[in-house]
Design a protein around this ligand. Structure first.
Ligand code: BEZ
Ligand code: FE
Length: 287
């Protein structure tokens, strides 16, 4: 390996990693090296530009800890997280489209009755979200577990804001015997992903912004099915077509300002009025 040149360095490095312990690691490493070297050549990357890139990674590491992962945010902001999720969904053509989980999920939130109202003391318009959970053979998934979380009218999630009650605007419910679920909640807000770290630097360098359109996170778990991670977006949000993390999917964007019909007013008679309605079904892929 003494005669390394501009022309042979890529092949030399790939060869140096050819003893990977498993075939998949070997395949990924070889592709990564090839593409990184191609990128450096094609971009004509200078030493100063390389140093700037290393600086971004160092600052990402400095703001990463048990609570915050700036590398995941960089992946989100570059559309890599969304691409990994879309690729995974390619195998499940009969299932509903999924999207990103984001950093604000909390496991084991309080179990609430199906049809509960999460609104509590939060301001904002009330919205009833309902639909059916089915498998890809259209069988209703009775008892499916639905975990819900979202931000408050302040734009912050409970995990970001100690002044909110511990489980504000989040909870766990279970679908009824026909796979139907429903809950009421306060309308979520558009908000910015953290912009005080390397992610913010990247976004500003690219002439973008950090806003995400308003959304409610939903994760559905049912026996025999793949865990289903989704978000329900406000179709009329000003950022619906410019989500900072590329998480919006057409079928998951619904208007949050629909008035209930007679049937919905009767079905959700126990929910405080006035409320709007949003309906989304979820079809889960097999495990
Ligand atoms: C979110 O949905 O809350 C989120 C997703 C990706 C990055 C930051 C936030
Ligand atoms: Fe979110």
């Amino acid at each position: 390996m003494r005669d390394i040149t501009f022309d042979n360095i890529t092949e030399t490095v790939i060869q140096a990693y050819s003893g990977a312990q498993d075939a998949r690691s070997g395949e990924i490493l070889a592709l990564l090296i090839q593409r990184l070297h191609d990128f450096v050549r094609e971009a004509n990357l200078t030493p100063l530009e390389w140093e700037a890139a290393m600086g971004i990674l160092a600052r990402a590491a400095a703001s990463t800890d048990g609570e915050r992962n700036e590398f995941i945010l960089l992946s989100d902001l570059l559309g890599v997280s969304a691409l990994v999720d879309l690729l995974d969904g390619q195998q499940d053509q009969k299932a509903s489209i999924t999207t990103l989980m984001g950093p604000f999920y909390v496991p084991e939130t309080p179990v609430l009755e199906n049809g509960s109202d999460l609104t509590g003391d939060n301001d904002g318009e009330r919205i009833v979200v309902y639909g059916q959970i089915r498998d890809s053979a259209d069988k209703p998934l009775s008892g499916a577990q639905i975990e819900v979380w979202q931000n408050a009218p302040s734009g912050l999630y409970a995990v970001q804001d100690p002044s909110q009650p511990e489980h504000n605007l989040r909870g766990t419910l279970h679908a009824d015997e026909n796979g139907n679920y429903a809950f009421a909640t306060a309308k979520p807000m558009s908000y910015k992903v953290p912009e005080d770290g390397a992610g913010g630097e990247l976004v500003r360098a690219g002439g973008r912004h950090c806003w995400r359109p308003a959304h409610i996170h939903i994760m559905v778990t049912a026996e025999g099915c793949k865990r289903h991670i989704s978000q329900i977006f406000d179709l009329n949000d000003p950022y619906i077509d410019e989500d900072a993390v590329f998480g919006v999917r057409g079928p998951l964007a619904v208007p949050y300002d629909q008035q209930p019909g007679e049937e919905e007013l009767a079905r959700f008679a126990n929910i405080q009025r006035p409320f709007n309605i949003a309906s989304v079904d979820f079809v889960l892929a097999p495990a």
